[in-house]
Design a protein around this ligand. Structure first.
Ligand SMILES: O=P(O)(O)OC[C@H]1O[C@H](O[C@H]2O[C@H](CO)[C@@H](O)[C@H](O)[C@H]2O)[C@H](O)[C@@H](O)[C@@H]1O
Length: 250
């Protein structure tokens, strides 16, 4: 069956294109998935973007040789049609000082991980669940001191501080105003709280949201897990585009 050539596809990374693992740097993309993404991107006329909380440089390292459109740090940085708008850590001096303070407070605590992403910072307690309250408390204190230019984003056993003008919904809407996305129907696939904001946007734009795994969601459709997504992407690449028929409802 040939899929109609009218979709734009947005894909989250952690929990969607890779399984959730204990250490943020230990994620691994399935064999052949970057090639599938490349074929699917070509079938969609380039209207395929990775939309993640990770830095774009990290995504590039994990997804090579795929090097398509991407939004990193929940939209703080973006690459569209090969043009990169990077995040600039030097524009965030107060955040940088705050990250140094977080290191002082949290480095002595075993298995709490600080992920410094330049213009944002995530604190992970997956390997130290008893430290959740302390980690969140320190981040909330720092966010309060940083003021209205920053916000907190909660995720799976992680919380992060980001520039306030970030969000997956906002960046998906931005991509949808530009070629080759404009005029297409957006489809966004993700797994986490951070993706619900993107789901709301594609719903508003008449698109389709797909949640990976369990949990309350405003997505209309659901896939059970990462392998099910891999199979779906492969099927779509072979069909020449996104085909929503048969996708389970949420
Ligand atoms: O927007 P995403 O691509 O889904 O990224 C969201 C955050 O995901 C990462 O953390 C999550 O995955 C880790 C690796 O599996 C896991 O150890 C952690 O518990 C999860 O919360 C990533 O490390 C963050 O930077 C992303 O913002």
């Amino acid at each position: 069956m040939t899929a109609p050539p009218n979709h734009a596809l947005f894909l989250d990374f952690d929990g969607t294109l890779v399984e959730i693992v204990d250490r943020p740097d230990a994620v691994a993309v399935g064999a052949g998935v970057p090639q599938t993404l490349e074929r699917l991107s070509q079938a969609l006329g380039g209207a395929l973007a990775i939309v993640s909380g990770r830095p774009i440089a990290f995504l590039d390292g994990k997804l090579a040789p795929f090097h398509g459109d991407a939004a990193g740090l929940h939209g703080v940085e973006r690459r569209l049609a090969g043009v990169l708008h990077p995040c600039r850590p030097e524009e965030h001096p107060a955040l940088r000082r705050g990250i140094a303070e977080l290191h002082e407070a949290l480095d002595p605590i075993e298995n709490v991980i600080i992920e410094d992403k330049g213009c944002s910072v995530a604190v992970h307690w997956r390997m130290a669940p008893a430290e959740e309250a302390r980690a969140k408390g320190l981040l909330e204190d720092l966010a309060a001191r940083l003021g209205a230019e920053y916000r907190i984003q909660h995720g799976k056993m992680v919380a992060e501080i980001l520039p306030a003008l970030s969000g997956k919904g906002r960046i998906i809407a931005h991509f949808m105003e530009s070629a080759p996305y404009a005029g297409r129907r957006p489809v966004f696939i993700g797994d986490d709280l951070t993706d619900e904001n993107g789901f709301e946007t594609v719903n508003r734009l008449g698109g389709v949201a797909v949640r990976i795994g369990d949990g309350d969601t405003c997505a209309s459709h659901r896939l059970p897990d990462v392998p099910a997504l891999y199979a779906t992407l492969e099927r779509w690449a072979n069909a020449g585009g996104v085909d929503l028929e048969g996708l389970p409802e949420a």
